[in-house]
Ligand binder design. Structure first.
Ligand code: ZN
Length: 244
């Protein structure tokens, strides 16, 4: 089974202090039999364009194994945002855009975030939104408003509410067809609830931290899903969503 990890970071997080290198990512892929990773910068104090460039180099070094995702601060000017996003999506061929309401210190409802959704529409890529920790901006329900305004854009609720707000993530998925759930850090029984509520075709796997890769894999394996269902979550859903 060609497992795709949809949530991997390169670099150092300003929140957790955790640092992940190229070697860490590649080693874990071998160890846990991960075929492909979607890699983005951390919410970080490092210069984001240089992290994007590093990720681009990885995508060239490991084609079809490493894919990039852009995480540009929506507080920069519209021109600067669009310049950076265009480099990432057009020149580098990145597969998604990240909005980190905690890392970027912004509500998904802010008019400043419209340029994220517009870019996602223009480049036909999904928007990944961090949810759970870092409230009020990271509440899953806040994503419903842009999801309704941009019905042709797909939104991924990263961490699907981070355990505490998981029911709210489920409500968001139930009310918006264009919302996908990625349940890293959520308890196993809530993952079953998500599958039941949203349908298995709207669930993807992400690890967030290298040390969390085996944990997230084990969670899905504990749910008594068939091999076909596991392959759908681990491979087919992300492949379709990110157009890999
Ligand atoms: Zn993350």
């Amino acid at each position: 089974m060609k497992i795709i990890d949809t949530h991997v970071h390169l670099g150092k997080s300003k929140f957790s202090g955790v640092e992940t290198s190229e070697e860490d990512i590649l080693d874990s892929m071998v160890l846990y039999n991960i075929h492909s990773c979607l890699v983005m910068p951390q919410p970080t104090l490092d210069a984001i364009p240089s992290v994007h460039e590093e990720i681009f180099k990885l995508t060239q070094k490991y084609p079809n194994q490493i894919f990039g995702m852009a995480s540009v601060d929506p507080w920069v000017s519209d021109d600067e945002y669009n310049n950076q996003i265009t480099v990432c999506l057009k020149e580098y061929g990145f597969k998604a855009i990240k909005l980190h309401p905690m890392g970027h210190n912004i509500s998904p409802l802010s008019p400043l975030c419209n340029k994220i959704y517009e870019a996602a529409r223009q480049f036909r890529v999904p928007v990944l939104v961090h949810t759970g920790i870092g409230n009020p901006f990271s509440l899953p329900a806040l994503v419903m408003e842009p999801a309704k305004r941009y019905p042709d854009v797909t939104f991924v609720l990263c961490h699907a509410g981070f355990a505490v707000y998981t029911d709210e993530a489920i409500v968001a998925a139930k009310l918006c067809e264009n919302i996908i759930l990625e349940p890293s850090w959520c308890p196993t029984y809530t993952v079953s609830k998500m599958i039941e509520a949203a349908g298995i075709e709207r669930i993807i796997m992400g690890s967030d931290h290298i040390s969390n890769v085996p944990v997230e894999l084990a969670k899905f394996h504990s749910l008594k899903l068939s091999d076909t269902q596991l392959e759908q979550i681990f491979h087919h859903n992300p492949r379709t969503l990110f157009r890999l």
